[in-house]
Design a protein around this ligand. Structure first.
Ligand code: F0G
Length: 369
């Protein structure tokens, strides 16, 4: 105990910072917080940027993974939630509300618990990965499952936000986007400059919007010397931006991005156009193959939506997308959520066999089998 206090007291600033004290503490000057803002934080951010040698070899350029599953609730949502909830408390909020495909609800529930306020989450019934639902239950959120999809849930939440009783913490809340731009700052701080290409999964399109804001802001003040091309990957059955039309009944195994009418569609489209980027699609088979490949070849286990950028990158490379990368290109794929969020997807393929007897011979025989 004494030792802990002692080291904390003498910990050099650089070490302290690298351990991450939350994105508001780290990037305060870039966020609209003041001394009057009560900071609600779980120590989010400062996630690893891991080089992916086998993936680099496979696609023929230098690839890094920004591992956002290592945030406190297991997804990138925490970066935005710390800012949104802190600002909400400053404004006197007593209850949060969000629609969600799962991760936003898990994050909102955790930060509401931390702040000591209520949280209501509106979810498409039967469409939330079990890990995410368990988090919302554990943190004590009021969970309302609707007979409808995410887009309809967000419609309901927008209406409920009008009377001023609830603060909406979906990415239509600008404080969320402001918090999420810190991921782009971190990538520049970790690489020493912006990457050539930034690839993200594209759902409600808030995160790609946030990254572009972050990259632009850092470049403007000279922290980086270039801007990346922004590439968004949608699931083939839930690809409104790729097909340029609202998808009424989006369908994909990547439940986090099962969205047919993204709230930040225009902003994301602008970011893609301004950066000379692209939108690509990946089929469910390609997404699951990328998830499995990444887990087995790089040791990084991500949920299906987060494997979409990997699947998209592999596809672009196979098509020889020369306008996006050459051998020397530095590519960052953001893997947005932890694989444990959606265990059923992986467990599905696991063949259970009967237990063997508890001796080394039998176990060796079972391994060799
Ligand atoms: N990856 C994961 C793991 C997500 O949970 C989401 C969105 C996205 C990517 C897409 O990000 O919406 O900013 O384009 N999840 C939201 C939710 C919709 O409710 O948890 P986006």
């Amino acid at each position: 105990m004494l030792f802990g206090t002692f080291t904390a007291f003498f910990m050099p600033d650089a070490v302290e910072k690298s351990r991450g004290r939350g994105v508001i503490a780290h990037y305060r000057e870039y966020l609209s917080v003041t001394d009057a803002t009560p900071i609600v934080s779980l120590g989010e951010g400062a996630t690893p940027l891991v080089e992916a040698p086998r993936l680099s070899n496979r696609v023929g350029c230098r690839v890094f993974l920004k591992c956002e599953g290592l945030n406190p609730t297991g997804s990138f949502k925490d970066r935005g939630m710390t800012v949104a909830v802190s600002k909400a408390i400053e404004r006197g909020a007593t209850a949060l509300i969000c629609a969600s495909t799962g991760n936003t609800s898990a994050s909102a529930a955790a930060y509401a618990a931390r702040a000591g306020i209520r949280c209501a989450v509106v979810l498409p019934a039967g469409q939330i990965a079990s890990g995410k639902l368990i988090q919302a239950i554990a943190h004590g959120a009021h969970i309302v499952a609707i007979d409808g999809n995410f887009d309809e849930a967000l419609g309901v939440v927008r209406e409920l936000g009008h009377d001023g009783h609830f603060t909406i913490v979906n990415s239509i809340n600008p404080d969320r986007v402001a918090g999420q731009k810190t991921a782009a700052f971190e990538i520049v701080d970790q690489l020493g400059d912006a990457p050539d290409v930034q690839i993200l999964p594209l759902g409600n399109a808030g995160n790609l919007t946030a990254y572009w804001a972050g990259y632009r802001e850092y470049e403007k003040i000279g922290k980086s010397h270039r801007l990346p091309q922004m590439i968004g990957i949608q699931a083939a059955g839930a690809a409104p931006i790729f097909f340029q039309r609202v998808i009424k009944n989006p369908e994909t195994v990547a439940s986090a991005i099962r969205i047919g009418n993204p709230a930040s569609w225009e902003f994301a489209q602008r970011a893609i156009d301004e950066s000379r980027g692209a939108v690509q699609i990946a089929s469910d088979e390609e997404i699951l193959a990328a998830q499995r490949w990444l887990a087995r070849n790089e040791g990084v286990f991500v949920e299906p939506a987060s494997a979409a950028p990997i699947a998209g990158l592999i596809k672009l490379a196979a098509e020889g997308a020369a306008e996006f990368f050459s051998e020397n290109s530095v590519i960052v794929c953001t893997v947005t959520g932890h694989g444990l969020k959606d265990p059923e997807i992986v467990a599905r393929d696991f063949r259970r066999s009967a237990p063997v007897s508890a001796d080394a011979k039998a176990v060796r025989a079972a391994i060799m089998n």
